[in-house]
Design a protein around this ligand. Structure first.
Ligand code: UDX
Length: 456
């Protein structure tokens, strides 16, 4: 019998490619053949970051299409990137599918598209292929995107996504409130970029609604009220399948696995893990304050300093810092994060609260020290510290900087809080139960697999 063949289309960013790779592994475990579509730019990064030896590549076929931007253009300019994606990628995807279907004996049987690549669902509908739209963010954020027409109708935002007045809003009485200045599309560039991102997200959400299945990498217990706002969405998280030995992970930077053997030598729950995902950028002053905060804390730490983490040279540490912390601090360019968070030596996670990092920390029972950078991370932080109460958040001083004393003080407070630790472990159990046999996310995923295999 022919294998079902899924074409997987993530949004072109690290925080989307990784969970879509995990989803692909789950689909492969259920007998699917996978063709994974990156932009040409990201495809080159993923291939360059693959481990050179010692791993067996699995049968995920990596392919690419252009994103319409020039080689040197800034992919972190989301306004520009989104406009370019909409202009160029739908044609590219359609052409790719035609080519695969002409040359392959197992034709594309379904498209698994990122909810933020909703245009790919439109391509699927046009070509008569069934599609699932999958969000790798919170259901709360999905609810916000689904409610854009209502926000416009109620006069809370205008048709370009700008708030008519600054006010606190709640999507439902039992969800945390947020300020209209914190809408996700308002965190990028100038007004043109914000308008472009808003239109992109709105258009993609409307298109994604045409999908046969709506899925989200979350689980019911952590945001039940949001689930009521998007009733037809199925929760399948936490997706943590890909990080098994020999599996393709979709990293944009090569992992430094040596930090795992270093962790092996550290006492249980003694190491602070610090990582800010793939997008966060620090100015030099804040970067120094963070380094000096870690030094002042007098604790062991594992710190991910991406090559592009600062807006200056990446080796711009405070004078003598590296030598002074050499015995207890380890710095890497990119870590095997899920394995790090699962390591018994980790005591807590200083994080930007990206949704993947949040799910990964929570699935390992690790308490959070929150330092959100932009977009959905502010809402995620509110859930972590105020709703689930499994972490604390850092406060800026009057000059807009998080000072070293704040970092040291909050680390002490977090690691001395037994309530936070107990709740983190409870949340871990709930997360794990969801994806274990008989759990709600497990069941939702299996129902989806059954349905997608049956319906031709
Ligand atoms: C961004 C947003 O912050 C996030 O909320 C949204 O859902 C996706 O886009 P990003 O900044 O990349 O994502 O953060 P995050 O969502 O946490 O994803 C980062 C991924 O990279 C995680 O899967 C993490 O495990 C991985 N990672 C990070 C590593 O593997 N090694 C590292 O050193 C750092």
């Amino acid at each position: 019998m022919e294998k079902p063949h899924a074409l997987v289309v993530p949004y072109p960013a690290q925080g989307h490619v990784i969970p879509f790779m995990e989803l692909s592994h789950c689909l492969m475990d259920h007998g699917f053949k996978i063709t994974f579509v990156n932009t040409e730019f990201n495809h080159a990064r993923v291939v360059a970051a693959l481990p050179k030896m010692g791993r067996v590549q699995e049968q995920i076929r990596l392919v690419s299409i252009p994103d319409g931007m020039a080689p040197g253009e800034d992919r972190n300019d989301l306004g520009k990137q989104c406009a370019s994606i909409l202009r160029v990628m739908p044609h590219g995807l359609e052409a790719l599918i035609r080519k695969i279907n002409e040359s392959d004996h197992d034709k594309i049987s379904c498209i698994i598209a990122d909810g933020t690549m909703g245009w790919a669902v439109e391509v699927a509908v046009k070509m008569g292929i069934r599609a699932a739209a999958v969000w790798t963010v919170t259901v709360s954020l999905c609810a916000l995107l689904f409610h854009i027409p209502k926000l416009i109708e109620d006069g809370i935002i205008d048709t370009d996504g700008f708030p008519t007045t600054q006010q606190m809003i709640k999507l439902s009485p039992t969800m945390p409130q947020f300020n209209t200045t914190q809408l996700v599309w308002l965190f990028v560039g100038d007004r043109d970029a914000q308008r472009s991102l808003f239109r992109y997200l709105h258009e993609c959400t409307q298109a994604a609604k045409l999908a046969n299945w709506l899925l989200c990498n979350s689980f019911y217990e952590i945001e039940p009220s949001a689930c009521e706002l998007v009733p037809n969405i199925r929760l399948i998280g936490p997706l943590l399948a890909g990080r098994r030995l020999g599996r393709l992970e979709g990293n944009f930077w090569p992992e430094d696995p040596t930090c795992l053997s270093w962790l092996d030598e550290q006492p249980p729950r003694s190491v602070v893990y610090i990582a800010f995902g793939s997008f966060t950028i620090f100015n030099r002053r804040q970067f120094h304050e963070l380094a000096l905060g870690l030094e002042l804390s007098n604790r062991s730490f594992l710190w991910v300093v991406r090559p592009d983490l600062t807006d200056g040279p990446s080796d711009a540490y405070p004078d003598g810092f590296e030598a002074r912390v050499a015995g207890r601090g380890r710095i890497v360019g990119w870590s095997p994060q899920q394995k790090v968070l699962a390591h018994p030596s980790i005591s807590c996670f200083l994080t930007h609260c990206g949704w993947n990092s949040t799910m990964e920390g929570m699935s390992n029972g690790v308490p959070f020290l929150c330092w959100p950078y932009f977009g959905d991370q502010l809402q995620n932080q509110i859930y972590i510290s105020d709703v689930w109460k499994v972490g604390l958040h850092l406060k800026h001083d009057s000059s807009g900087i998080i000072p070293r004393e704040e970092i040291k003080g909050k680390l002490d407070e977090l690691l001395g809080d037994e309530g936070i630790r107990a709740r983190s472990l409870e949340l871990k159990q709930t997360a794990r139960k969801n994806v274990a046999e008989g759990g709600s996310s497990f069941k939702n995923f299996n129902d989806f697999i059954e349905a997608i295999k049956l319906e031709k």
